[in-house]
Design a protein around this ligand. Structure first.
Ligand SMILES: [Fe+2]
Length: 350
């Protein structure tokens, strides 16, 4: 399996992961003749797909959670937001079962090194961000040794971390151009709005509620809304800050394209070195999230290129690469696997 842009699709490829729009299945796993769906996919904002083809047929892409769990979680969080917006009725208990499944899935794969580049359609973006951020939080929390009960309260606060955005002006929230200072101040209010909403509702413990309030605080006091420093910020909010930022960088937004895991890794480690993010928590994230995920194309320093085939634990920059040698022509492609952790003279360039 590998990930390709929709412009690279050809009719020898088979769809390896289904595409959903909300609860609706758009394209089923196993579909062929993918080129004829290019226009439709592009209209939905789907710019890449997971496919199987000759060069990638035995490459696996491990998932931290089952597809079914992801869909249930996305739907549960979507109905929490929808009820709140349409009826003013806030009921986070809808999330309970989905979150328990999420935690169980992740705990069952303790050693996983994954990447959550879930293919989202335009209208799914917010819900996918809520679920991804929660998965990253659980991965960090698990690495940090939190108990199952603690993971549950972390997850419940994390999935609702941006609930305050329901009170924001949508035209500002979805604005593609840069924000004016007034608009940015308005966006920043979502932390307080979210915390107040959770407090009024009273079903979540304070530890979980603090995630909504403090997930934009930074350890050096440069965050908002209260410029808290260091341990003044609750551990759960420090975890969510790392998870939220990582998912925001690696997902596409209305104002920019998504960033590679490698680039996001660099930004997060720099922010940790500069005292903004908790260094240990950033390290915990990258113990479970691949810098060069399986299935992506990489260009190597010896002039060859290939697809990342397998992760090597403890060697985030040196995975095993399936090299595609097409120097003898497109019909005479030779494939071989190169373990970069055993070939220190070769590195990934791009
Ligand atoms: Fe936020």
């Amino acid at each position: 399996m590998r990930r390709v842009g929709i412009n690279e699709l050809n009719d020898n490829m088979i769809l390896a992961k289904p595409i959903y729009q909300g609860t609706r299945l758009i394209l089923e796993r196993g579909m062929t003749h993918l080129t004829k769906y290019k226009g439709q996919l592009s209209n939905l904002g789907v710019l890449s797909l997971y496919v199987k083809d000759k060069v990638s047929k035995d490459i696996e892409i491990p998932d931290a959670i089952k597809e079914e769990t992801r869909e249930k979680c996305k739907n549960a969080v979507s109905s929490v937001f929808q009820r709140l917006q349409e009826q003013g009725n806030f009921d986070p208990s809808i999330l309970d079962e989905a979150l328990q499944n999420l935690i169980n899935d992740i705990l069952a794969e303790e050693d996983i090194i994954t990447s959550l580049h879930h293919i989202a359609t335009i209208d799914d973006d917010t819900m996918v961000h809520c679920v991804n951020t929660t998965v990253y939080c659980i991965l960090i929390g698990m690495r940090k040794g939190l108990s199952k009960k603690e993971l549950y309260f972390l997850a419940k606060g994390a999935i609702l971390h941006d609930i305050g955005k329901v009170d924001l002006n949508e035209s500002i929230l979805l604005k593609a151009a840069s924000l004016t200072p007034e608009e940015y101040s308005h966006i920043k209010e979502h932390s307080t709005f979210g915390y107040e909403l959770l407090k009024q509702n009273g079903v979540l413990p304070e530890n979980s509620r603090l995630i909504a309030l403090q997930h934009h605080e930074r350890l050096d006091g440069s965050g908002y809304p209260h410029n808290l420093k260091g341990d003044e910020i609750h551990l759960y909010a420090q975890i969510t800050a790392v998870a939220d930022m990582y998912d925001a960088l690696t997902s596409k937004r209305c104002y920019r394209k998504s960033m590679s895991n490698r680039k996001a890794y660099q930004i997060l480690t720099e922010d940790a070195a500069n005292g903004k993010l908790n260094q240990k928590l950033v390290a915990c994230l990258f113990d479970h999230v691949a810098v060069y995920p399986n299935g992506i194309v990489v260009y190597l320093s010896d002039g060859t290129h290939g697809i990342v085939k397998e992760q090597v634990p403890g060697q985030p920059f040196r995975p095993i690469v399936r090299v595609i040698d097409d120097t003898q022509g497109i019909d005479n492609v030779a494939l071989y696997d190169l373990n970069l952790s055993k070939n220190p003279e070769i590195s990934i360039q791009e």
